[in-house]
Design a protein around this ligand. Structure first.
Ligand code: ADP
Length: 503
């Protein structure tokens, strides 16, 4: 096997550019850095400047096979280890991640354009929390005893599935990887991760860090294009489970490929999450909540972004005005600058797609586009994929901006008069990931919460994924849950029944 020695620093690096260069051109297989077998690489670009910062190894079926074979070899010994010991090792990873929190955050900011203070550092912190949470759950891999007959001991045991293929997107790459690999490992599986084309570096770095604690081969990491590297991972005969986060379109392709092999697939897909604001809400808290809900600090690149906001008519105008002012106060700039609230869109392709939505909204009769904040003035950022957040009013349920996932800093605010009508509009969507309700009338709030078609409904808050709260959508937003004990048991283990006849 082609092998290159690790060139990355042992202590946390403060220079994300040097770290990006050091991580160039390799996968992580069997606890070591390994170039793609073809020798091919692709560019990793800093979206704030348009400048290439690294080359990522471009994996294909041969690399997939090497990684999966390695994970398969490692799985037997890993599964034999007592579950609490596996958990203890995963728990130890959390402390190492915390030591490297700032380093990881800078690298996320560099490759994704997400602001360091408002987004990237938060993501790295949540990742440590997730490793800590799942690390404590080794002892919870319990089965049941079944009252079959007095002289027959009948029990179920939970066993790992084998090698798990984990395919992740670019918007929160570390967090979404952690939600997959931490429970998969504690449950006794080994994992091959395929990173997103746009964000391979931080995932590679964290794999290297985990490799200082976990046995080689427990998790391997590949970078590459979806069809050339992701598809062979799903199709590989030794991969016994696939866990995927990404678009609905690709999710369907992955689900079909998994069905072909009769293996389970967990799918976390898109969203068009409604935020419903009643006139009796706590106004200031709700405006602040709208900024968080819409994930403006992540340039709206979140499947739970509140991209359609329904506001009860008496407070509609005041709400729009206040929200516009609040977004105006947000600073757009260099993602690595501590002063920055809002960074960049991830890629040119995504930028063009979001701009096309905005152009369509502007061209709609009766629509108003409120552009907020201000473009950065630093000449070094002039090629950056910065985009002023846009709040649309005057669009209705027929607009593509209200129906489709934009995945950019664009939200549509519409007035409503009747709770039943707004519920019907909120549910009139192919998606069902998340929703939030803002009211001091908890009777109304809880009633609607029960009837909203979404995997997660929050009243008077809209937080991101939290450890131990099951997360996952209904309808086209996905299949299966993540982030909780139940999710680990349901999606990363299989039950076996054992009967002992003692008669
Ligand atoms: P996005 O539109 O956000 O890039 P995708 O769903 O295309 O979302 O990508 C999410 C992840 O799925 C990425 O890691 C991508 O490389 C991978 N992917 C894309 N196509 C396929 C495929 N045919 N099979 C498996 N994985 C794929």
């Amino acid at each position: 096997m082609l092998d290159t020695p690790a060139r990355t620093p042992e202590p946390p690096s403060t220079d994300p550019f040097a770290l990006a260069t050091a991580l160039s051109g390799v996968h992580f297989i069997g606890g070591r850095f390994v170039p793609a077998r073809s020798g091919r690489t692709f560019a990793v670009v800093n979206p704030a400047t348009g400048i290439e910062v690294a080359r990522a190894a471009e994996g294909d079926a041969a690399d997939v096979d090497a990684a999966v074979q390695d994970a398969h070899r490692a799985q037997k010994a890993w599964a034999k280890m007592p579950a609490r010991k596996r958990g203890a090792l995963v728990y130890q990873c959390a402390a190492l991640i915390r030591t490297h929190q700032d380093e990881l955050a800078r690298l996320i900011a560099l490759e994704t354009g997400k602001a360091l203070r408002t987004e990237s550092r938060v993501e790295a912190g949540v990742v440590a929390d997730i490793f800590e949470f799942f690390g404590g759950l080794g002892g919870e891999l319990k089965g049941e005893s079944v009252p079959f007959a007095p002289d027959v001991l009948s029990v179920t045991v939970r066993q790992p599935l084998g090698v798990v293929g984990a395919i992740i997107p670019w918007n929160v790459p570390l967090l979404l990887m952690a939600l997959k690999i931490a429970p998969a490992l504690v449950a006794g599986n080994t994992v091959v991760v395929k990173s997103a084309e746009e964000a391979p570096l931080t995932v590679l770095r964290i794999c290297e860090l985990l490799g200082r604690i976990l046995p080689p081969g427990c998790f391997n990491m590949l970078s590459g294009q979806g069809p050339e590297c992701g598809a062979p991972l799903v199709a590989h005969p030794l991969v016994r489970k696939v866990t995927f986060t990404g678009s609905v379109e690709t999710g369907k392709i992955v689900a079909k490929a998994a069905a072909e092999k009769l293996i389970p697939a967990t799918l976390e897909l898109g969203g068009k999450s409604p935020m419903i604001v009643f006139a009796d809400c706590d106004f200031a808290k709700t405006v602040a909540g709208a900024l968080t809900s819409m994930r403006f600090t992540r340039q709206g690149q979140s499947c739970t972004a509140a991209s359609r906001i329904y506001v009860e008519r008496p407070i509609f105008d005041a709400f729009v005005a206040e929200m516009k002012q609040a977004v105006d106060r947000m600073v757009m700039g260099d993602p690595l600058d501590e002063k920055t609230d809002i960074g960049t869109i991830i890629s040119q392709g995504q930028f063009d797609k979001v701009q096309a939505f905005v152009a369509e909204g502007r061209a709609t009769p009766g629509a108003t586009a409120h552009e907020c904040s201000a473009m950065p003035t630093d000449p070094a950022l002039k090629k950056g994929l910065f985009m002023r957040p846009v709040i649309f009013t005057g669009l209705d349920a027929t607009s593509r901006l209200v129906r489709e996932e934009i995945f950019g800093p664009v939200t549509v605010i519409q007035p409503f008069d009747d709770p039943e009508a707004v519920l019907a509009e909120a549910n009139d969507s192919e998606y069902g990931l998340a929703a939030s309700l803002w009211t001091n009338n908890l009777k109304v709030g809880l009633d609607l919460a029960h009837r909203l078609e979404a995997g997660l409904v929050q009243i008077n808050q809209n937080l991101v994924v939290q450890a131990n709260l099951s997360y996952g959508g209904v309808k086209s937003s996905g299949l299966g849950k993540e982030a909780s004990l139940e999710a680990m048991l349901e999606h990363f283990t299989q039950k076996k029944t054992i009967m002992v006849n003692m008669a």
